[in-house]
Design a protein around this ligand. Structure first.
Ligand code: ADP
Ligand code: MG
Length: 696
């Protein structure tokens, strides 16, 4: 075992006393498997409690500590309804203790009928009754004084209480060793930061200690920058076959348009990189509709002209098929063998494709991740293009996986214009080309904002639009944070629209099976369906130029980048397009109750006033940046657990310089500080980057 891994921080949580099967599920759900995960499971704030002896409506909104006796269980009628425990105080006043989730065994065990328990939780009104949702402590009456009046609050999951979480975190902290400093002394001094160990203890003891939090955020950003630089250095050292296009195939491509200056420039930049004998790692940023496909095609043809193969990797089946069709059309009359491979291709067809790749008769392969499975071997893969790649880790993993076999040049394309700081954060090891010029003749998209109250008028307008031969997207919102309810919302909307427009309405959502999804998309693409109701699965890459109306329901629930992406589905042809942003969700009570936050308003206004993806991205960062310290972090692609966007903006330049200086002085991370920095990489699971070091 590597010496670094002997550090107790890397021990599994399961070695702690009392962590058995019951806790493994909630811990898993929270992504906590090792001690280090617990130490980085930071409190989101404080709770302040009030000790009371009787239930009182005046305490509504406060967190109280009270002794109660459970008298009754009330299971929910429907599977989604919560489990309720009715409990009374010494005077017989009652309160309902509410537990969401499937497992009613847990509350039953915690709260046996007739046995007094001391309970802490936030008192709420439920009609004219009282309720406490998920009490944060439940214990024996004699334990009442053990419940602290001020307590850090941790993110939790069903099956684990805050108290238990605190204990576990405490255990992990007590095992966390102090370690040699990896931050440069001048950086540390300029912020007045304490060491890692001290900072960590501080954040857990006083959740609002901002500087201690920032120090930990810095560690994470620093480790990211260091990892990117190690990848970059390693890729510089690897050898790749230079690509030297001769124009034989590129010139044979006949298209009805002339490339934009930005497209030509990007191809020139790509050609420059690919002519080197180390692999290209370049990011092509271009707003939706900026013409990335043409650039990709030129790059792929360049590889083929030099006697090699090219591959285009798409994130989904739908997109792979669409790319395949697009390329096939662009390549009509060009002597080239194009093939597709996805997880759905099986049997003989798959065998034939694998053969063609191995013997080199296939020049360009389009597909999903299936194209990099073990069984797939290429005769001579020269270039890989990765489309819409938010999951940056995949690139790195592929680079590492390809270590032994092949070193293709790599082009990553993204339609999300990324602010400069985030480009450094996520793509700091790459060169960047920007398609900052739209093909001519595009009609700008007119964007309007209104509330879901206008639903009737919107449907009328949609009716006129399709009666005139137009097509439209209707995107449904995230209802709750679960795919199931997204799907339900989309299904309900589709049904309502079908009642009016019949089978002109198609539906796609993320939980549909591949063929089903493709069939719906195909109906829309062919014009057979006029309206495509969708959850955000259509977010990336679908191209239907005749669709000139985009309706986004619950637009206040989407992020700016996402709204911009969605809007980019229209305005693809030469006809004027409209995007309608509807805020609020129908069927969720009156709009009066659906408060729309200031930030959401600001977002919608930015959308209304700008079509410029790069501008929108900067604004997005600015709006999201604030208030992340004690709030809940966005999930999804975000790979940072400690650093918020604001930290990243503030600290990235410093972290980048810090990392660069270290690498320049000690590329092998062999010095004392280098060794310390390796530990920082391990803490943030950048093991792969350490693996690139000699003797790593
Ligand atoms: P992206 O992938 O960047 O969103 P696409 O490559 O799908 O954009 O291009 C969008 C549309 O613009 C396509 O229909 C494409 O044929 C067209 N297009 C691409 N480049 C040009 C150009 N230089 N002039 C006119 N139309 C173009
Ligand atoms: Mg595209």
């Amino acid at each position: 075992m590597r010496p670094e891994l002997l550090n107790p921080l890397f021990a599994e949580i399961s070695v702690l006393k009392g962590v058995g099967n019951a806790l493994s599920k909630p811990l898993d759900r929270l992504g906590l498997t090792k001690m280090v995960d617990l130490t980085f499971h930071l409190p989101t704030g404080w709770v302040e409690r009030h000790r009371v002896s009787r239930l009182d409506h005046n305490d509504i909104g406060r967190t109280i500590i009270i002794t109660l006796t459970p008298t009754d269980y009330r299971a929910g009628g429907s599977p989604r309804a919560p489990f309720r425990v009715w409990a009374v105080d010494a005077e017989g006043n009652g309160v309902s203790l509410v537990y969401f989730g499937k497992n009613s065994g847990w509350p039953r065990k915690l709260l046996p009928i007739g046995e007094p328990r001391v309970i802490s939780g936030k008192l709420e009104a439920y009609g004219d009754q009282l309720q406490i949702i998920h009490p944060d402590h439940v214990g024996l009456p004699e334990e009442a004084l053990q419940i602290p009046v001020m307590e850090p609050v941790y993110p939790l999951s069903e099956g684990i209480t805050n108290a238990r979480m605190r204990d576990l975190v405490g255990e992990a902290l007590s095992r966390a060793p102090d370690m040699p400093e990896w931050i440069d002394a001048s950086v540390l001094g300029s912020h007045g930061w304490k060491g890692w160990h001290d900072s960590l203890l501080s954040v857990h003891a006083t959740p609002d200690n901002r500087e201690a939090r920032r120090r930990l955020a810095y560690d994470e950003i620093f480790s990211g920058q260091l990892a990117l630089m190690l990848v970059r250095t390693a890729s510089r050292q690897r050898r790749a076959e230079p690509i030297r296009p001769n124009g034989r195939l590129r010139d044979a491509v006949k298209l009805p348009f002339a490339p934009t200056g930005a497209q030509r420039r990007s191809v020139a930049e790509i050609d420059g990189d690919c002519a080197q004998n180390h692999p290209m790692l370049r990011l092509l940023q271009g707003d939706v509709g900026s013409g990335k496909t043409w650039v990709a095609l030129m790059a792929l043809l360049g590889a083929v002209e030099s006697g090699m193969q090219g591959a285009l990797l798409a994130p989904t089946e739908i997109l792979a098929r669409q790319h395949y069709e697009t390329l096939r059309n662009m390549l009509s009359g060009v002597p080239i063998n194009l093939a597709i491979l996805t997880g759905r291709d099986k049997g003989k067809a798959r065998e034939a494709t694998l053969m063609g790749l191995a013997d080199g008769s296939i020049d360009i392969l389009v597909g999903t991740h299936a194209i990099f499975q073990e069984a797939v071997s290429y005769r001579h893969l020269g270039l890989v293009v990765i489309d819409e790649q938010h999951r940056f880790g995949v690139v790195q993993r592929m680079m590492l996986a390809s270590k032994a076999r092949l070193n293709p040049h790599m082009l990553v394309m993204t339609a999300t214009p990324i602010p400069r700081t985030l480009t450094l954060t996520y793509y700091g090891d790459m060169e960047v080309s920007r398609l900052d010029e739209m093909p001519p003749g595009r009609q700008p998209i007119r964007t309007t904002v209104s509330s879901i109250d206008k639903l009737v008028e919107v449907v009328e307008g949609l009716g006129r639009h399709i009666a005139g031969g137009g097509q439209a997207y209707w995107v449904c919102p995230l209802v709750e944070e679960s795919a199931v309810s997204d799907q339900a919302a989309a299904e309900a909307r589709a049904e309502a629209l079908r009642a009016r427009f019949g089978d002109k309405v198609a539906l796609v959502h993320g939980r549909m099976k591949g063929p089903e999804k493709d069939a719906a998309m195909a109906r829309f693409a062919s014009g057979e369906a006029s309206v495509l109701v969708a959850t955000t699965v259509i977010e990336v890459g679908v191209d239907v130029p005749n669709a000139t109306l985009m309706i986004i329901e619950g637009a206040d629930r989407f992020g700016l980048a996402q709204l911009h992406q969605l809007r980019g589905r229209v305005g693809r042809g030469d006809k004027a397009s409209t995007c309608l942003l509807l805020w609020g969700v129908s069927g969720k009570g009156s709009l009066h109750d659906q408060k729309i936050s200031e930030t959401a308003k600001a977002r919608l206004l930015i959308m209304k006033n700008s079509n410029d993806g790069f501008f929108i991205a900067e604004e997005d960062l600015r709006l999201r940046g604030a208030g992340d310290y004690l709030g809940t972090r966005q999930s999804g692609e975000q790979k940072f657990r400690l650093a918020g966007d604001a930290d990243i903006s503030d600290l990235i330049d410093m972290a980048r310089d810090d990392a660069r200086l270290l690498i320049e002085r000690d590329g092998g991370l062999a010095s004392a500080r280098g060794q310390a920095a390796r530990m920082c990489l391990y803490l943030f699971e950048r093991d792969a980057a350490v693996g690139l070091l000699k003797g790593g």
